[in-house]
Design a protein around this ligand. Structure first.
Ligand code: COA
Length: 146
C-alpha cells in the first residue's frame, strides 16, 4: 500500500490482497464482497473505516467509481468526502480527469456526497438494477481542464 497525496488515505493496487476489514465492510454495505483488485482497479482506503474502488483507464484519462463505503458507525462525519476528494486528487495527478459513476436513484446519502464533491447528473438507466430501481449516471470533470 502507498499513502495518497492526502494524509491518512492509502492506495491499494492490483496484486495486493484485500484487508479483511474491506471485505467485511463490502459485505455490510453491498451484501456481497468483491475480489482483490484486478489489473485496472485501484482502491483508496481510510484504514478500518472506509474504502473506494475505482476502474481506471489511464490511456483515456478516465476512471469509474465502482463502490464507495464508510463504516455504518462512522457515517455523517466527513469521511466519505475526505476519501472521495483524495481519490479525485490522486486521479487528476495521474491524468485521469474524466470521472464517471452510476448510483441507485434513491440513494440520497451517496447522491448528496457526489454533489458535495462536484459531480453532476448526466443520464439515467431506467430499471437498471435487478429490483427495478433506476441507475442515475454522474460525471465529474476536474476543474483544471475546463
Ligand atoms: C454514501 C456514503 C459513502 C457517504 O459517506 P459519509 O462519510 O457518511 O459522508 P460525509 O459525512 O462525508 O458527507 C459528505 C456529504 O454527503 C452528503 N450526505 C452524507 N450523508 C447524507 C445523508 N444521509 N443524506 C443526504 N446527504 C448526505 C452531504 O451533502 C454531506 O455534506 P455535508 O456534510 O456538507 O452536509 C455512506 O453513506 C455509505 O457508506 N453508504 C453505504 C454505501 C453506499 O451506498 N455507497 C454508494 C454507492 S457505491
Amino acid at each position: 500500500m502507498k499513502e495518497s497525496l492526502s494524509p491518512g488515505v492509502w492506495r491499494l493496487e492490483a496484486g495486493e490482497p484485500l484487508p479483511a476489514w474491506v471485505t467485511r465492510l463490502d459485505r455490510t454495505a453491498f451484501g456481497a464482497p468483491w475480489k482483490a483488485p484486478a489489473d485496472h482497479e485501484v482502491l483508496w482506503l481510510i484504514p478500518e473505516l472506509a474504502f473506494a474502488r475505482w476502474a481506471c483507464i489511464q490511456a483515456a484519462g478516465e476512471a469509474e467509481l465502482l463502490r464507495i463505503a464508510v463504516s455504518p458507525e462512522a457515517r455523517g462525519q466527513g469521511l466519505g468526502r475526505k476519501l472521495l476528494e483524495a481519490c479525485q486528487q490522486d486521479l487528476a495527478e495521474a491524468g485521469m480527469v474524466q470521472l464517471f459513476l452510476e448510483v441507485r436513484a434513491a440513494n440520497a446519502p451517496a447522491i448528496g456526497l457526489y454533489w458535495a464533491c462536484g459531480w453532476k447528473p448526466v443520464g439515467l438507466r431506467p430499471g437498471y438494477y435487478p429490483d427495478g430501481e433506476d441507475a442515475a449516471l454522474y460525471q465529474r470533470v476536474a476543474p483544471e481542464v475546463h
